[in-house]
Design a protein around this ligand. Structure first.
Ligand code: PGA
Length: 249
């Protein structure tokens, strides 16, 4: 059985005041039945870890450098995130791929760096609207998985997030059939490459305009093991119903 995961990506949002949202989440979910992860901006990782101490909520980074240290102004390494108390790191998010021209090979290097520092990598893939309209979605996803994932990984150190670029922050959500088609495809590719045992145990999240109001139907789709949530993770009052929906799924 794959343990479900509700992951929040705060992106470039949040100052120390936002830590109150973590307190609210703790109170609303004293003993969550699913894994809960919040990825605040790097400036808040340490204080977020303190805020959730003695609780099951995990804290993660939103990116890391592929190298362990060195002359890379403005970057942070996987070992620094680990040292700050993070247990996960999001890699290859479409905003990183666009804003920072991150290509699959770099995402693969970063995934290896995350694993070397004992972080769980949440590796993101997703097609643009043009790619979907050209009926290229499944090929694009297969290519991103092939290039972004290392040859050796396991279900304990890797999570996949399927995030259609056109659904991120737009309020547009694929149909449940479209989500199911891609998640089944990702599952098949993982089983092919890593063997049935590993391929079947890796969690696959859906991300892109997930809200309390659409969570139930998304979580009912086969091979959807949770969500990566942006906007609706910023407020505990918005994220909490998503956690509850996942617990019930
Ligand atoms: P969104 O973002 O929930 O605001 O659409 C999802 C993501 O980018 O992870």
């Amino acid at each position: 059985m794959r343990r479900k995961l509700a992951a929040g990506n705060w992106k470039m949002n949040g100052t120390s005041e936002s830590l109150a949202e973590l307190d609210a989440l703790r109170s609303a979910h004293p003993a969550p039945q699913v894994d809960v992860l919040i990825c605040p901006p790097a400036t808040l990782v340490t204080s977020a870890v303190v805020s959730v101490a003695d609780h099951d909520i995990a804290i993660g980074g939103q990116d890391c450098h592929a190298k362990p240290n060195g002359a890379h102004t403005g970057d942070i390494s996987a070992s620094m995130l680990k040292d700050a108390g993070a247990s996960y790191v999001i890699l290859g998010h479409s905003e990183r791929r666009t804003d920072h021209v991150e290509i699959d090979g770099l995402v693969r290097q970063k995934t290896l760096a995350a694993h070397a520092s004992d972080l769980i990598a949440v590796v993101c893939v997703g097609e643009t609207l043009e790619e979907r309209e050209a009926a290229n979605t499944l090929d694009i996803i297969a290519g991103q998985l092939a290039g972004s994932l290392p040859d050796v990984l396991n279900a304990q150190n890797t999570v996949i997030a399927y995030e259609p670029v056109w659904a991120i922050g737009t309020g547009k959500v694929p149909t449940t059939d479209q989500i199911g088609e891609v998640h089944d495809h990702i599952r098949a590719k993982l089983e092919q490459r890593y063997g049935e045992g590993v391929g079947r145990s890796i969690r696959i999240l859906y991300g892109g305009s997930v809200k309390g109001s659409n969570a139930d139907e998304i979580f009912a789709v086969s091979n959807v093991d949770g969500a990566l949530v942006g906007g609706a993770s910023l407020k505990a009052s918005d994220f909490s119903p998503i956690i509850t929906a996942l617990e019930k799924a």
